[in-house]
Design a protein around this ligand. Sequence first.
Ligand SMILES: C[S@@+](CC[C@H](N)C(=O)[O-])C[C@H]1O[C@@H](n2cnc3c(N)ncnc32)[C@H](O)[C@@H]1O
Length: 200
Amino acid sequence: MADPAHSQQTEWEERYRSGQTGWDRGDASPALFSWLEQGTLRPCRILVPGCGRGYEVAVLAERGFQVTAVDIAASAITFSRGLLAQHGLRATTCLADLLEWEPDNRFDAIYEQTSLCALPPEKWQDYSDRLWRWLKPGGSLCALFMQTNKTGGPPFHCAVEAMETLFPPTRWGWPTDLPMRVGHPSGLHELGYSLTRKPD
Ligand SMILES: C[S@@+](CC[C@H](N)C(=O)[O-])C[C@H]1O[C@@H](n2cnc3c(N)ncnc32)[C@H](O)[C@@H]1O
């Protein structure tokens, strides 16, 4: 039987190689600049899971963050490394499956831009447990939840009610203000929330 992790790696790599990268803005998301301008994200040790081509990784590194970026697709990591090198920036870039990878130390913040929607929903609980484990108490999870209002994927629809169950108030502080609505190149949109990890 095929190894599911290996087949995920092959599928994502094939999307990059064949140019089926509808999620790719070719630049950092306006959501990141909003969180930076608001001071929601300040220089710290930050994880960017499912970093794709790493535009956000480069912006964060340029702004003085200590960035660790992870992606399962070799082409994405190669592009990210090239982008960093082109601008004389440094970050730790890991070619790895987020559902197998573990960091050496916890992070102060996580910038989660449409990685959850890339994972099969049966893996979401495992992924959410990992995000909680990887963040320090009091750390920020800046998450962009993809809205497709369709069944199937990827991208899989991240309904707000489902996100409230996946990131429960026993573990996560939710903002009281309205989420940030961010247009997506595919014509869909994302909802941005900055969650706070509660103590163990
Ligand atoms: C929708 S794309 C988003 C990429 C980037 N965050 C962006 O917004 O441009 C999802 C990314 O997650 C990566 N990915 C999918 N499954 C993964 C896994 N299990 N572990 C690590 N990365 C994964 C894909 O290779 C892809 O780069």
